[in-house]
Design a protein around this ligand. Structure first.
Ligand SMILES: N=c1c2ncn([C@@H]3O[C@H](COP(=O)(O)OP(=O)(O)OP(=O)(O)O)[C@@H](O)[C@H]3O)c2ncn1[C@@H]1O[C@H](COP(=O)(O)O)[C@@H](O)[C@H]1O
Length: 110
């Protein structure tokens, strides 16, 4: 896992277990609960899609990178709320190495 994801996962875990919601955005999200976190994930997903459409027209990817970071961040908060972290997702992606997406789909459709 990248150092950034590892460090962020550690911070998110610390914020979930011991931070003050008045001083931490992540702790506040956990306090508000899963529905609020999922609302943010959905919101950031939509903002990412719209930024991608804009980037395709303007040729400027800065906004879509910014929105994707928001989406990844809120997805990691969601995983943390459920007791998982980025490591589980990285492990799943690693498991898929050398497995063609088309082959995997064909196996699924059998
Ligand atoms: N990477 C992030 C990160 N990315 C985005 N955000 C926050 O996510 C929110 C995004 O919400 P929106 O774009 O919808 O903006 P908004 O209008 O403020 O939100 P709403 O009022 O609409 O709910 C903003 O408040 C951003 O600051 C983040 N907040 C925290 N982190 C990381 O998490 C760590 C812990 O943060 P705290 O818990 O706040 O200390 C930080 O040190 C960072 O490393």
């Amino acid at each position: 896992m990248s150092d950034v994801l590892r460090q962020l996962s550690e911070v998110l875990n610390e914020r979930k277990t011991s931070a003050n919601p008045e001083q931490s955005y992540v702790a506040l999200l956990h306090q508000k609960g899963l529905n609020k976190i999922l609302e943010k994930v959905g919101e950031e997903c939509t903002e990412t899609l719209l930024a991608a459409k804009d980037a395709a027209v303007s040729g400027n990817n800065q906004e879509v990178i910014y929105e994707t970071a928001d989406l990844w961040f809120h997805s990691l908060v969601m995983l943390s709320h459920l007791g998982e972290d980025a490591n589980a997702v990285v492990d799943e992606l690693a498991r898929r190495f050398d497995l063609s997406g088309l082959e995997e789909k064909a196996q699924r459709d059998k």
